[in-house]
Design a protein. Structure first.
Length: 235
């Protein structure tokens, strides 16, 4: 029987976590903000065309703003890692003994005896790049970020916002009355908010039902306040 090539194992946990976080950020605002806007307009006007146009404009502006926020956050993360990496290389060059002592303290904390500590420090500090990577991860707690993280985050958040925003706005495409559209939109959006809150809470370790209820209540309150303010201004 021939030998099979061993395929390298690639960890996907961090990337998957980043994608889920982006979707949560985009969907949560996408479901809530356009829903509240459409509810507010429904309290002031009955022309569904106006509500649809305003809703689409808000979704476009909101997705760009949210995507830009995700891009800046990802860019900041990359810039922070780069600056800390540069500083760590400088410290390895200028104060290598101090850096070696920090490596030794790490292995001491793992319970290594002095002989193993000496061997581990010697082995770890042979290669400067591996040494710096080790210090970045275990001294500073920083993992090397994906260079394309900023662009991916901008797309994921922006696209999730658009998908979330079209859900509460979609009923207004098929009805003639703003109030009728609001009734249908409220049912659909609150169900989606509850389901979204359930899975979001499950992923973050919070009680799923209480988390789902909280997300749905927040969305309902936002829409109710917008509707009430529009009615108040109208009268």
């Amino acid at each position: 029987m021939g030998t099979q090539a061993i395929q390298p194992h690639v960890e996907e946990h961090m990337q998957s976590s980043d994608i889920l976080r982006d979707i949560v950020i985009g969907m949560s605002d996408g479901l809530t903000v356009p829903f509240a806007l459409a509810a507010g307009l429904s309290g002031a006007v009955q022309n569904t065309n106006l509500i649809v146009i305003a809703g689409i404009a808000e979704i476009a502006a909101g997705s760009i703003a949210m995507g830009l926020g995700g891009y800046l956050a990802g860019k900041t993360e990359n810039d922070h890692y780069t600056s800390e990496l540069k500083r760590e290389y400088e410290e390895v060059e200028k104060v290598p003994e101090k850096e070696k002592e920090e490596v030794r303290e790490f292995f001491e904390g793992l319970g290594f005896n002095e002989q193993l500590q000496d061997l581990a420090v010697e082995e770890m500090t042979k290669d400067k790049d591996k040494w710096v990577d080790f210090m970045m991860k275990y001294e500073l707690g920083l993992d090397r970020p994906d260079p394309a993280r900023a662009r991916k985050s901008a797309f994921n958040i922006g696209a999730s916002y658009i998908v979330g925003g079209l859900i509460p706005l979609s009923p207004y495409f098929f009805v003639e009355s703003g109030i009728e559209g609001l009734r249908i939109s409220a049912v659909i959006t609150l169900i989606c908010l509850f389901v979204f809150g359930y899975f979001k809470s499950k992923m973050t370790g919070v009680n799923p039902f209480s988390g789902a209820l909280r997300v749905a209540i927040i969305g309902a309150l936002a829409a109710g306040c917008a509707f009430g303010v529009a009615r108040l201004i109208q009268h």
